[in-house]
Design a protein around this ligand. Structure first.
Ligand code: G
Ligand code: MN
Length: 247
């Protein structure tokens, strides 16, 4: 069982009502000697060796199949899947992704693909074309780690996206006045551009309350739930419901 890639799922909740919205799939590599290896450490190698396409296809298929199983069981979770930078450089991924969504009997609107600004900027023209096709099919696009890249507002304005994810570095330390100002302004900017906002890195109750006050749409982080194997999601849902019901 060791030494093979697994997917963990981290819950996303409505920041206003705390209702469960869906899950983000996160790849993990349990390593016999090194413990849990995070994608930051194995993705660069996969990108260099060309394994990235195989890896992405596997992640997509596993996450979509799991989401389909949850739907069948009455849990209509949206699913967010991270697309790696290098993967976004291949012309025909839009068709490949559409096919996978279709095969798993999922409404495209239930699927969100998360990409970083950096991934788009490698080849903006190509990325815009791919993202445009995916959105025309009904799939949602989220800009990940927002605020940490070289974002130009001119690009953001025309980016084919539906959601923006504020990077966890700002949210984890939202007590800091500067970070609070960044979070508040980013939520406003996103809303004015017609984008939904997710805050990642919510590590305590106070941060979740602050985000609610600031009008944030979706929240994610260790306070709500850590990334976990699919088998633990039912138990998490029960405890989250009990927890939010008690407020
Ligand atoms: O940069 P990116 O958005 O891909 O980050 C996702 C990573 O952040 C995941 O690997 C996850 O384990 C981690 N993460 C998720 N929620 C939190 C949190 O509340 N605090 C911290 N420190 N890390 C988090
Ligand atoms: Mn992400």
């Amino acid at each position: 069982q060791s030494d093979r890639l697994v997917l963990h799922y981290q819950p996303k909740v409505n920041a206003q009502t705390h209702a469960v919205i869906g899950m983000e799939a996160l790849a993990r590599w349990p390593h016999a000697v090194r413990g849990m290896v995070s994608p930051d450490d194995f993705i660069p190698m996969a990108e260099r060796t060309g394994l990235i396409n195989l890896l992405t296809a596997w992640v997509l298929q596993s996450a979509l199949r799991q989401t389909s199983a949850w739907s069948t069981a009455g849990k209509n979770f949206s699913i967010a899947i991270n697309l790696f930078t290098r993967y976004l450089q291949h012309e025909d991924i839009a068709a490949e992704i559409q096919e996978l969504v279709h095969c798993n009997n999922l409404p495209p609107a239930q699927v969100t693909l998360e990409i970083t600004e950096g991934a788009v900027m490698v080849n903006p023209k190509r990325a815009y074309a791919i993202l445009g096709k995916l959105r025309a099919f009904g799939i949602r696009i989220a800009i990940d780690d927002f605020g940490t890249g070289h974002s130009s507002l001119a690009y953001l304005k025309q980016l084919p996206a539906d959601q923006l994810k504020i990077d966890k570095s700002f949210v984890m330390d939202i007590k800091d006045k500067g970070n609070a100002a960044i979070v508040r302004s980013t939520i406003e900017l996103a809303h004015h551009l017609g984008l939904e906002v997710t805050a990642e890195g919510v590590e305590d109750k106070e941060a979740l309350q602050d985000l609610k006050t600031l009008g944030c749409d979706v929240a994610q982080g260790y306070y709500i739930g850590r990334p976990m194997p699919a088998a633990q999601i039912d138990a998490w849902c029960a405890s989250w419901a009990a927890h939010t019901g008690g407020r």
